[in-house]
Design a binder for this molecule. Sequence first.
Ligand SMILES: Cc1cc2nc3c(=O)[nH]c(=O)nc-3n(C[C@H](O)[C@H](O)[C@H](O)COP(=O)(O)OP(=O)(O)OC[C@H]3O[C@@H](n4cnc5c(N)ncnc54)[C@H](O)[C@@H]3O)c2cc1C
Length: 421
Amino acid sequence: MTWDFETEPEFEAKLEWMRGFVREEIFPLETLHLDFQTFLKVAAPLMQQVKDQGLWAAHLGPDLGGQGYGQVKLGLMHEILGMCEYAPPIFGNQAPDSGNSELIALAATPEQRKQWLEPLLAGQIYSAFSMTEQGTGADPTQFTTSAVLDGDEWVINGTKWFVSNADRADLHVLMAVTDPDEHRHRRASMLLVPADTPGISLRRIGSMNDPYPVPSMHTQAEVTYTDVRIPAESILGKRGQAFELAQERLGPGRIHHCMRWVGVCRRAFDALCERAVSKSLHGSLLADKQTVQNWVADSAAAIESARLLTLHAAWKIDQVGARAAAREIAMIKYYGAPIMHDVIDRALQIHGSLGYSTDLPLEHLYRWARASRIYDGPDEVHRMVVARGILREYEPRDIPSEHIPTRHAAALEKYGHLLSD
Ligand SMILES: Cc1cc2nc3c(=O)[nH]c(=O)nc-3n(C[C@H](O)[C@H](O)[C@H](O)COP(=O)(O)OP(=O)(O)OC[C@H]3O[C@@H](n4cnc5c(N)ncnc54)[C@H](O)[C@@H]3O)c2cc1C
């Protein structure tokens, strides 16, 4: 399979270095089943190598110590990082910290940048994005967690759900209702809440990917805020701007997610093909069976189409910004997630019980992939957004514009005089 969308030779050389580094140095970590604190110890020298290559926290611009690569190049990097869950943190580019640092870079005051952004980028602290409320994540206009101004402090009350990595976070980027009487998209604000503020409590939630209490790299928690007091200047951006900021944050982040999924697909696809050419059953190689050939052909076409669609969305962000590329960004989310699921499913199937076992990474990838149809907004919501936008471009008509008799009459009127002798 070809993997084009080439960039200049210097950047291609960096991607090549990343491919080798991720395979040779990071893949082996998967077998150690590390919790996050042990991971940090083991990964420290690898992080240094990434910094030496100038590839650390590449999602940010040069003024913030990143490279200012733009979304296409970042997408190409994430395609490689996505092949292993340990790779993004080793490149200082893991969710939710990367999205949070982009958001803080976008909207923070100089004081907030100094307090939170610099240590976040240096990998000295970690953050959580505290937005979803149980049962209403798909419709944030229903959120109720509130922040009320009392003198020079916000007082926060409410419960957030499925907050990733809250148990290791030093900072919560919190979405709370500050102006309940405003328009539904201007009711909420983003707040920067230190995780050790009194009144915050966590409950770890187990999941398909994190069968708590087994150690895991990625955890989720329910976070309850009870009379949590933070200074009034802890607001990020303007009052009532949370929806706008959430969109800014999630747009480029989706490109990274979707390109990581392409990386996952590629890894599963390699496993599928390797098995196909290695194993004979019922008198011939699996590679010679039509079913397996269909899996290979369908997977190759699906991966290539998801990749091109995602890189096109990345290109559009680079050209016209995330807001103008909203349709393309929504499309790749619901298009790419099921492709990843199906490719892993086929790779797992061709390995039989070995694929289902923990002796191969496929069962883990499969469980991890299932979440992709839910997080960052369920696929159904993105489909709705895309379909509504498209349908708004059409006018209702009593007679379909393709109606042959009507078109025939119009054609006769236009060309009829040429038909007669
Ligand atoms: C692994 C993982 C990590 C996450 N990390 C974070 C995090 O760090 N921070 C955070 O704030 N949140 C996080 N989330 C939460 C995630 O953003 C929400 O799960 C998601 O937005 C959906 O919200 P919900 O789970 O409340 O689903 P609900 O709002 O309860 O929706 C349930 C289902 O209803 C259906 N549905 C909803 N709307 C429509 C519609 N218009 N048309 C048709 N069907 C519809 C969909 O099938 C949807 O899955 C994470 C989730 C997962 C799985």
